[in-house]
Ligand binder design. Structure first.
Ligand SMILES: *Cc1c(COP(=O)(O)O)cnc(C)c1O
Length: 362
């Protein structure tokens, strides 16, 4: 074919997800494998969400409500903001896409950390804007360096808190100093995909930072703490003026019927959320008490995953763990060649992970 593909599209690499579990099991001749690689909820979806989605199956011949009226209103009430401040997305990824389409023109710059969540770069390049990467400092976000990376071409800054893949967090105080010194026309996108797991009282919570007179958008998702990654639903909270612009570039039926009812029911399932949080915190402590005596360093986390320094090639460890049916992430391609990232699982999964790791590292 003789198609002219723009340079910025040619510069993209398609996101490479892991193979389906069934396929890996076939390849490696294993069964009953466990996946501790994508920061999903080990308890499954919220039971209330399952029930609500089952009841909604009969309506699947209808288009969804394009405004997500009930979910938007429920979120607004829960969060103490106006419904006009909420933008629903087909996953919070979708909201990142809307914000980049609204605020970035070709040649504009978007500041982000390196490493950071891959979707930021993909969306920025898609609109022919330029990602400006600021390295992490001791695995934490270096807000001073990010502020210094702002130029007169900067239109967006992406901040992930708690951060993926390191699990580190920024404090309210640090964030407020950072915001106070930014040029007023730079949009800050604060990605809080893991905020429900944070338990350090100093950890920034973006909701209380939103105000009509500054361009801050906070992103949240049902994919992690609420256990709904498979139905794709997330949202942004921002000044109504910004939400109105995001809604202009939103696909009218971006969130589906099951996602809307499942998310609304999950919001009411406080018991499930508490159970999830408690599991993650208890199991992180358990994993640490097992890993530290093995001579391994665990990086402190405010999320449902953490990094482990395995003091040898993480790619090899990943491969060997796979043969034991335990799927984790190697941090090799993120610039940490001797670190693995594991998502905290159920107690049984964590024991299986520890046993496999002991064998592999021997
Ligand atoms: C998982 C994750 C998300 C959530 O993406 P969804 O599209 O809502 O599933 C967003 N940001 C980061 C950093 C994540 O790790």
């Amino acid at each position: 074919m003789k198609l002219k593909i723009p340079e910025n599209i040619l510069s993209l690499k398609a996101y490479t997800p892991g193979k389906p579990i069934e396929e890996l099991e076939r390849e490696y001749g294993i069964s009953d494998s466990i996946k501790l690689a994508s920061n999903e909820n080990p308890l499954g979806p919220s039971p209330k969400a399952i029930e609500a989605m089952q009841a909604a199956l009969e309506n699947l011949h209808r288009y969804p409500d394009g405004s997500g009226y009930y979910l938007v209103n429920k979120l607004a009430e829960k969060l103490g903001v106006a419904p006009e401040q909420i933008v629903l997305g087909n996953g919070s990824d979708d909201v990142i896409g809307m914000l980049t389409r609204v605020y970035l023109r070709p040649g504009d710059e978007a500041v982000m950390t390196s490493p950071s969540f891959l979707m930021y770069e993909i969306f920025v390049r898609t609109v022919d804007a330029v990602p400006v990467m600021v390295p992490l400092k001791n695995m934490a976000i270096d807000l001073d360096a990010m502020a210094k990376a702002v130029s007169d071409k900067t239109r967006i800054i992406f901040i992930t808190n708690p951060n993926n893949p390191t699990g580190c967090h920024i404090t309210t105080r640090e964030f407020e100093v950072f915001m106070a010194n930014l040029p007023p026309e730079v949009v800050v996108v604060l990605d809080e995909a893991y905020i429900e797991f944070a338990n350090d009282p100093e950890c920034l919570n973006g909701l209380s930072e939103i105000s009509d007179d500054r361009p801050l958008a906070v992103l949240r998702t049902f994919s992690k703490a609420y256990g709904l990654a498979g139905i794709r639903i997330g949202y942004g909270i921002m000044p109504a003026e910004m939400a109105a612009m995001a809604n202009r570039v939103r696909q009218p039926f971006n969130t589906n019927i099951l996602a809307q009812v499942g998310a609304a029911a999950a919001l009411d399932d406080e018991a499930f959320l508490s159970k999830t949080r408690e599991l993650i915190h208890t199991e992180f402590e358990f994993l640490k008490t097992e890993l530290i005596p093995m001579g391994l360093d665990c990086i402190p986390t405010q999320a449902n995953f953490f990094l482990i320094d395995v003091k040898q090639n993480a790619g090899d460890v990943f491969e060997k763990m796979l043969r034991h049916g335990v799927i984790i992430r190697s941090m090799m391609s993120y610039g940490y060649p001797e670190y693995i990232r594991i998502t905290i699982g159920t107690h049984a999964e964590n024991i299986r992970f520890l046993n496999a790791l002991k064998t592999v590292l021997k």
